[in-house]
Every structure is written in structure tokens, then in C-alpha cells.
Write a protein of this length. Structure first.
Length: 413
């Protein structure tokens, strides 16, 4: 998946159009990990995105070999356009939402977190109006937001330590802005099962350090019934899936023991939380063993992601599949036979006709299977530029917000 590594973000205003690795003024790391490619999203934000070719391409600040990702920004107002949805949907999913990104800018797929790259999606913190975006979305019927944030930021680089009052306080402003809309709010630790390269419970942070993070977060939010605990964004290349399930169990136990006994907890599998390989690669079987301290699995929901472009990456403006037969049908059948449910916390596509076609088809399938697929959360709005290839950022004119093509055509409730 490609929603990942913020190589660099710089500056709180769009500056020059000159493209430099990592973005204008970026002073941090400028090399993407193997298998990913530096992709410029705009003058002030670049990301390492998985390469479509094997091997990956490393990238330096002097390189000009960026992928110029789609700048199709076609949009139309959310009123008065006929939806091209395949619209055979008979059901209604419980949750429809959007990722409100920004506190995760700087998070790398190796579990690093460049704190200076964070771009809070809050005007009070000098960023874009994520609070206004959420209010707009809720007025359209949305009822859940995912709020990605890096582990290092919340504890100010102190692994195993307490939440940093300043940083967690800033992030809390976003959580409170979300809760104020009446929606559910997912706290998403955007660390790829890692801290600075080390895998949790498998050579990196201990399960106890990971559990400590979740205990502290749950203590802070235990009285908020609409906070959802997103244990980890997109674990990948985790060698032992059963050990990973043990790390997830440590987080679940910590959350419940901290007093957050009723809220939903999202359990992520390997391979970038791929919906397509959740069962075939063993994530499902391993995560079935995770329980609440009382032995039940109440409100333990599987977390899956799905992009619809040619390489499953979520970096291309065009979509090529709805992946219903490859991903959603087997997953829905498995969930049903195991009496469990999943939430698709990342899906998206370009604002293009092909993505309208396939996204509408995917959404229709989820609605038809809403007994086991609780809903979907689009990637992404928040601090992204409207030119970002997967932008769901609504644009505001006066008191009127205008949605992107994909949102207004398919993703809106
Ligand atoms: C990861 O998932 C993608 C599809 O989402 C699949 O093509 C790939 O083979 C998977 N890798 C593993 C190791 O399961
Ligand atoms: C998951 O995929 C990886 C890479 O292909 C493989 O090594 C591993 O054995 C798979 N695990 C299971 C349980 O299928
Ligand atoms: C699912 O999507 C992947 C790439 O995104 C593609 O390779 C695969 O063929 C698709 N499967 C189906 C059944 O659409």
C-alpha cells in the first residue's frame, strides 16, 4: 500500500514549485526503503511509495526521477450530480468515514517518524481545517474518522514512556474535534508494526513497551465510547504471524485492563493489512486467537485495507478492479463462518472515471455484506493537498464545501 511513508513534508504553505526530494526545505532522510519510490505529491510533501517494479529505487534530494503522480483534480459539487454508482446496493454499512491525515506525515514504512514533518490538520495548529472537513462530512452522513498518528510523536521519542503532554495534547485536539461531530474516532498508530526499523515483539520494541503505549492511550480515552483503538497501521513483512498475534493480544489486554472495556479495537494482519491475503497468508487464523480478558471477542474487529489500482498500491489515479471476487467474497465468507466482522479502514482511488466505476462496485458489495463488513474509511483528507492523487479533501468556498469526484460519486453515505 502506498499511503505510507512520508519522506518529507515541509513548510506550512505551498512554496516553490521546484521539486526537491522530500519537499521544499526538507532536511530529513531522503532515501526510500527498498521497494519504494520517492513520489512527489506536491512541492511540500513527498512520500516513499511502494514501487510497481521489484527492487525499488532509492532516491536522493538531487534526483529528479520522481513519479509525477496524477494531478487529476476533477471535482464537482456534491449536490445535483447523478451518481454513477452501480447502485445495486440493498444494504447500508454501519460506518462510512474518511482518514484525516497529517499527524502521520513523517511516518516511514520502517516505523520511523520524522517529527518535524508532522502537519496537523487543524487550523489552531497552523494546518488545514480538518475539523471543518469532518463537520462537512458528518453533515453528509459520515460517522467515523480515522486519525493517523506516529507512535514516536505521542511519546516524544521515549519508547515505553508516558504520553508526552505537549504532543499528545495536540493530537487530542484532533480527537476532540472529531468527537465533537458525534462521529466515531479511530486512533490509528501509523507505525507498520515497527519502531525505527525494529519489529514489535520480534527484535524491536517489546510487547510490554507496545502494551504500555496502548494502556496510556486507553487510560486517556476510556470514558469516550466513540473512540476506536486502531492497534497498528499496516504491519508488513512481519516474519512470524503468530508472534504478531501475541503482540496484538498484549495491546488488547492493556486497553481493556486500562478500563476501556467496551470500545471497538481494530486487529491488523500482515502484508499491509491486505484484505486480499488476510486469510491466505495466515493473518486471519492467527488473529482469531486474540480475545478480551474475559475470553470473548466482543468488539474485536479485523482491520483490512484495499486499494483498487493495478499494483494494489493506492498510488495510481486509475483503478483496474473492484477486487470483489479476489478479496471481498472470500473474506466475507470467512468472517461469516467465524462469526466475526471487519472494517475497511483504508480504501481509495483517483478522481477518475475508472475509480468511480470500481469504487462504486466495491462499496455496493460492502453494503450487500454489511453483516460482516462494517464499513469503509476513505484515504484521505486532512492535511493532504487537493492535488494529491487520492485526495478526498473537500474544497471550501464561503460556507460551501465541494467534494471530490470519487467522494460524491461513490463514497458518500
Ligand atoms: C500481499 O498482498 C498482495 C495483494 O494485496 C499480494 O499480491 C501479495 O502476494 C501479498 N504478499 C504476501 C506475502 O502475501
Ligand atoms: C505469508 O507469505 C510469506 C511470503 O510469501 C510466506 O513466507 C509465509 O509462509 C506466508 N505465511 C502463511 C501462513 O501462509
Ligand atoms: C485484484 O486486484 C489485483 C490488483 O489490484 C489484480 O492483480 C487482481 O487480478 C484482482 N483480482 C480480481 C479478481 O479482480
Amino acid at each position: 500500500m502506498k499511503t505510507l511513508v512520508a519522506l518529507g513534508f515541509v513548510g506550512f504553505s505551498a512554496l516553490s514549485s521546484s521539486i526537491t526530494g522530500g519537499g521544499t526545505g526538507w532536511t530529513g532522510a531522503t532515501t526510500c526503503v527498498s521497494g519504494s519510490t520517492c513520489t512527489v505529491l506536491n512541492a511540500y510533501y513527498s512520500q516513499c511509495l511502494p514501487s510497481s517494479t521489484t527492487g525499488g529505487t532509492s532516491h536522493t534530494t538531487s534526483s529528479t526521477s520522481h513519479t509525477s503522480s496524477g494531478t487529476s483534480t476533477s471535482s464537482h459539487t456534491s449536490t445535483g450530480t447523478s451518481s454513477s454508482a452501480s447502485a445495486t446496493s440493498t444494504g447500508k454499512v454501519k460506518f462510512v468515514g474518511v482518514n484525516i491525515a497529517g499527524f502521520d506525515f513523517g511516518c516511514g514504512t520502517d516505523g520511523s517518524d520524522t517529527l518535524t514533518s508532522i502537519y496537523p490538520p487543524l487550523t489552531a495548529l497552523g494546518g488545514p481545517d480538518g475539523a471543518g472537513q469532518m463537520q462537512h462530512f458528518v453533515s453528509e452522513g459520515y460517522n467515523i474518522f480515522r486519525l493517523p498518528v506516529g507512535w514516536q510523536y505521542l511519546v516524544n521519542n521515549n519508547l515505553g514512556g508516558a504520553l508526552d503532554a505537549t504532543n499528545s495534547g495536540k493530537y487530542d485536539q484532533l480527537v476532540q474535534a472529531c468527537l465533537a461531530t458525534g462521529a466515531y474516532c479511530i486512533i490509528d498508530i501509523h507505525n507498520y508494526a515497527r519502531w525505527n526499523g525494529g519489529i514489535i515483539g520480534q527484535g524491536g520494541p517489546t510487547n510490554a513497551q507496545f502494551a504500555s503505549l496502548w494502556s496510556n492511550i486507553a487510560t486517556k480515552y476510556k470514558s469516550q465510547s466513540k473512540v476506536v483503538f486502531g492497534v497498528m497501521n499496516e504491519p508488513h513483512d512481519v516474519p512470524d504471524i503468530n508472534l504478531w498475534a501475541g503482540s496484538v493480544q498484549a495491546a488488547v489486554t492493556a486497553i481493556r485492563q486500562a478500563g476501556a472495556t467496551t470500545q471497538m479495537i481494530l486487529l491488523p494482519g500482515n502484508n499491509w493489512t491486505s484484505a486480499q491475503t488476510f486469510i491466505s497468508n495466515g493473518s486471519g487464523a492467527a488473529l482469531l486467537t486474540v480475545t478480551n480478558p474475559d475470553g470473548t471477542t466482543t468488539n474485536l474487529i479485523f482491520d483490512v485495507h484495499k486499494y483498487l489500482d493495478s499494483d494494489n498500491s493506492g498510488t495510481n489515479a486509475e483503478c483496474v478492479t473492484d477486487n470483489v471476487s479476489s478479496s471481498w467474497q472470500p473474506l466475507a465468507a470467512w468472517l461469516r463462518s467465524n462469526g466475526r466482522q471487519a472494517l475497511n479502514t483504508e480504501t481509495g482511488g483517483g478522481n477518475t472515471a475508472s475509480c468511480v466505476q470500481y469504487m462504486c462496485s466495491q462499496v455496493a458489495y460492502m453494503k450487500q455484506n454489511s453483516d460482516v463488513i462494517l464499513g469503509y474509511v476513505g484515504w484521505a483528507a486532512g492535511a493532504f493537498a487537493t492535488s494529491y492523487v487520492l485526495s478526498e479533501v473537500p474544497t471550501r468556498s464561503g460556507s460551501t464545501w465541494t467534494d471530490t469526484l470519487l467522494v460524491s460519486s461513490c463514497m458518500k453515505p
